[in-house]
Design a protein around this ligand. Structure first.
Ligand code: GAR
Length: 189
C-alpha cells in the first residue's frame, strides 16, 4: 500500500475529492491530512472522512524536522499539495525528492508565483483578458510554482466571465483530473 499525505490550507474540497477517489483502492490510501491553519475547514472534512490530521503551524513547517519525523513515522510515500499556501522548505523536498506534487489553478508559467493562490489567480486571469485558463499539476521544487509540469488541462474564458465563473470551471477540471493524475504518478514510485 502506498501512503499519501495531503497538505491543505483552507476549504479542502480537492483533498476530500482525492480521499474519496482512493477510498476503495487496494494500492493507495490517503493516510494523513496536514493543515497549517487550525481553522481550516479541511480539518472538519478529515474528521468526517475518518482520516488522521495534523496541524503544523508555519514555523514548525519551515523548520521541517519534526514534520518529516511525523511523515516517516506514518510511512508516508507521497505528498500532495491541494490548496496549500506555504513554500515547501528544501529539507522536506530533500526528504521526498520527486514525490511532492502541487496543483495550481491556472496555466503555468502564467499567473504563478508568491501570493498567487485561489481567487487572486482567477482575478489575474480575467484582468489580463486571457481567453483560456485551466490547471497545472507539477512536481515541486524550492521556488513557488516552478517545478516540472506533469499535466495541464484547459477551459475557455469568455469576455463576460467573472473570476467566480473562472474558479468554477477550474474546480471542475481539478475534480476531474487531479485524483487520476496522482494515481498515475504514484504508480511510478
Ligand atoms: C484550488 O483551486 C487549488 O488549485 C488552489 O487553491 C484551491 C483550493 O481549493 N491552489 C493554489 O492556488 C496554490 N497556489 P480547495 O481547498 O477547495 O481544494
Amino acid at each position: 500500500m502506498k501512503r499519501i499525505a495531503i497538505f491543505a490550507s483552507g476549504s479542502g474540497s480537492n483533498a476530500e475529492n482525492i480521499a474519496k477517489y482512493f477510498a476503495n483502492s487496494t494500492e493507495t490510501e490517503v493516510s494523513l491530512i496536514v493543515a497549517n491553519n487550525p481553522e481550516a475547514y479541511v480539518l472538519k472534512r478529515a474528521e468526517k472522512l475518518g482520516i488522521e490530521s495534523l496541524i503544523v503551524r508555519k514555523p514548525e513547517f519551515m523548520a521541517a524536522d519534526n514534520l518529516i519525523k511525523e511523515l516517516h513515522k506514518r510511512k508516508i510515500d507521497f505528498i500532495v499539495l491541494a490548496g496549500f499556501l506555504l513554500l515547501v522548505p528544501q529539507k522536506l523536498i530533500d526528504a521526498y525528492p520527486g514525490r511532492i506534487v502541487n496543483i495550481h489553478p491556472a496555466l503555468l508559467p502564467k499567473h504563478g508565483g508568491k501570493g498567487m493562490y485561489g481567487d487572486r489567480v482567477h482575478e489575474a486571469v480575467v484582468a489580463a483578458g486571457d481567453k483560456e485558463s485551466g490547471i497545472t499539476i507539477h512536481l515541486i521544487d524550492a521556488n513557488y510554482d516552478k517545478g516540472v509540469t506533469y499535466f495541464q488541462a484547459k477551459c475557455p474564458v469568455y469576455p463576460t466571465d467573472t473570476p467566480h465563473d473562472v474558479a468554477q470551471k477550474v474546480h471542475i477540471l481539478e475534480y476531474e483530473h487531479f485524483p487520476r493524475v496522482i494515481d498515475e504518478i504514484v504508480k511510478t514510485i
